[in-house]
Design a protein around this ligand. Structure first.
Ligand SMILES: C[S@@+](CC[C@H](N)C(=O)[O-])C[C@H]1O[C@@H](n2cnc3c(N)ncnc32)[C@H](O)[C@@H]1O
Length: 189
């Protein structure tokens, strides 16, 4: 897959990983929603941020065992009882129409006191926004709908944003936000 080979070149993984480590992120279990090939699982595992990970996908083509501790499964195969210390959404939210429902659904798998990582394309600058949209029109045949960092904070009201980073590579203007959940998840609206 050519796209899978190109992706590490346009995603600021090193900076993002360094930022997460600096924030103290280090967990046993991770759920990567819309994980694609499992690039983030692979790199987080290699960096020692996660000890094990499950990626979920709607597409069967990504289904695979990455290593003895990490695998990509179909969304429908995720056990309803599974709990994770980290739930991450990397470039998947902009593909989803009903973002509140999508987040809510997967955050039922988050442990109390757990972490949420969201990496998104930053739509704030017109030119980068439209060049990236063009990319998705060609590659995914979809007009994506990004969410700004401020909207994301509203979507995750009740969670505490502990990190926020941003980096552009070519016309790919990335941002990421790392959140921590309160010990009592019932406090989340
Ligand atoms: C831009 S790719 C990002 C892949 C991966 N997260 C990464 O950053 O390398 C978006 C992925 O989200 C998946 N996806 C889109 N809608 C989804 C949904 N409703 N549930 C799960 N995965 C979804 C797509 O199949 C695709 O693999």
């Amino acid at each position: 897959m050519l796209l899978a080979k190109l992706r590490p070149l346009i995603v600021p993984l090193e900076t993002l990983i360094a930022d997460c480590m600096d924030a103290g992120l280090c967990v046993q279990t991770c759920l990567d929603v819309g994980c694609g090939t499992g690039l983030f699982l692979e790199e987080f595992y290699r960096a020692g941020i996660i000890a094990a990970g499950t990626g979920v996908e709607i597409s069967t083509r990504y289904r695979r065992t990455i290593n003895p501790d990490c695998r990509v499964i179909l969304d429908s195969e995720l056990s309803p009882d599974a709990q994770f210390e980290l739930v991450m959404f990397n470039d998947v939210l902009h593909h989803v129409a009903d973002k509140p429902a999508f987040l809510k659904r997967y955050l039922t798998h988050l442990c109390p006191g757990g972490w949420i990582l969201v990496k998104e394309m930053n739509p704030e600058r017109f030119m980068w926004r439209w060049l990236n949209r063009l990319h998705d029109l060609v590659m995914a045949h979809q007009l994506i709908r990004e969410t700004t960092p401020e909207n994301l904070e509203q979507l995750l009201t009740g969670f505490i944003r502990v990190r926020h980073g941003r980096r552009r590579i070519l016309w790919y203007d990335h941002y990421w936000s790392l959140f921590r959940s309160p010990a009592n998840l019932a406090a989340i609206p």
